[in-house]
Design a protein around this ligand. Structure first.
Ligand code: TRP
Length: 333
């Protein structure tokens, strides 16, 4: 690989992604892959921490891989692979477990939230989630990790574990930095614009999935909850309109100010349709391309196989250094 900084990120194959996931992650990855040695993973082992139907998980993993490719991640430029295909992730997680304290994990916000939400299935994996994530990152001498704000605490743990390991066993891991991107796009629910847009929302009108077709997208935007003063401006007391302006400007690649200027004097009805059309113009071709790619599983398998091989080469070099540092015997070849 060329002498560029190493960047690692991952998304769980836990179901259809929303435009929030797209704007928050994959859309930016496409550009980042030109500037960094980029490694992108489907975090399938993480997905197991909440109950999965095996067949659905398999389908979702193909969906995610196809979406990566449809969004412009390029297997020639980046390493694209499934986490479970590189066993070094689970192996490093084990070693990192031995330097992690239960208190560090039990106080994680996401663990507490998910324990609330899945009270029938509070398992060790759910608690250990951030350690596996630290392993994902540290295995590649990663310098930059594009993440959403909700993953900040997890990245902090990865940094702590890198520093702790280095302190105890000698310099080895790079201490990774978060990468939040230029504009932090926080996409809210279309029905309750004070809540984050979520694909697990029971109200299907509250989110735009990457699988929605043009008509569905426009219909959902038409139904988006707003207010009644008919002014298209970004303001804290106008969460619905502000959210639509955020979405519109992110999809158009313009500032909120520019978006406001564009709609000055226009009514909510026209505005909503315009936002819907703009989103659909981007999402619809991606969906079609994703479905085209999905029809060729052999191709996806080949991409993932090549990605896993390239990832493994880096990961095992690092893992064998870890094993050596902690005092495990070298394996005879
Ligand atoms: N936990 C991340 C999320 O849900 C996904 C993830 C897994 C990840 N491993 C990672 C992100 C490593 C960045 C780096 O969004």
């Amino acid at each position: 690989m060329e002498d560029k900084k190493i960047l690692f990120s991952a998304v769980q194959p836990s179901g259809i992604l929303t435009i929030g996931n797209y704007l928050g992650a994959i859309k930016n990855w496409k550009n980042l892959q030109n500037d960094y040695n980029s490694i992108f993973s489907g975090a399938d082992l993480h997905t197991l921490t909440v109950k999965q139907d095996p067949q659905t998980l398999r389908a979702n993993s193909y969906q995610l891989a196809a979406l990566f490719l449809a969004c412009g991640l390029d297997p020639e430029k980046s390493i694209i692979f499934m986490q479970s295909h590189v066993p070094a992730h689970a192996e490093l997680a084990w070693v990192l477990n031995t330097i992690t304290y239960p208190g560090e994990l039990s106080r994680m916000t996401q663990f507490k939230d998910k324990s609330q939400k899945h009270q029938e299935n509070i398992n060790m994996g759910l608690m250990d989630y951030p350690v596996l994530m630290a392993a994902d990152i540290l295995l590649y001498n990663t310098e930059l990790v594009p993440i959403g704000a909700d993953q900040k605490q997890h990245l902090e743990l990865a940094r702590d574990l890198a520093i702790r390991f280095n302190g105890r066993f000698g310099e080895l891991f790079k201490v990774p930095e978060p990468y939040f991107g230029k504009t932090a796009t926080r996409v809210m629910s279309l029905q309750e614009p004070t809540k984050k847009m979520s694909k697990s929302d029971a109200n299907l009108n509250s989110f735009i999935s990457m699988d929605d077709d043009k008509d569905t997208i426009i219909r959902k935007f038409k139904r988006a909850v707003t207010d009644s003063d008919n002014k298209i401006i970004f303001s804290e007391d106008k969460p619905g309109i502000s959210n639509l302006l955020t979405i519109y400007s992110a999809f158009r690649g313009i500032s909120i100010k520019e978006a406001e200027a564009e709609f000055e004097g226009k009514g909510y009805g026209d505005f909503k349709v315009k936002v819907g059309e703009t989103v659909a113009d981007v999402i619809d071709p991606i969906r079609q391309e994703k479905n085209r790619i999905l029809s060729d599983k052999t191709y996806i398998d080949a991409v993932l196989k090549d990605g896993a091989e390239r990832a493994s080469r880096i990961a095992y070099k690092v893992l064998s250094k870890v094993y050596k540092k902690v005092g495990l015997l070298p394996r005879s070849r």
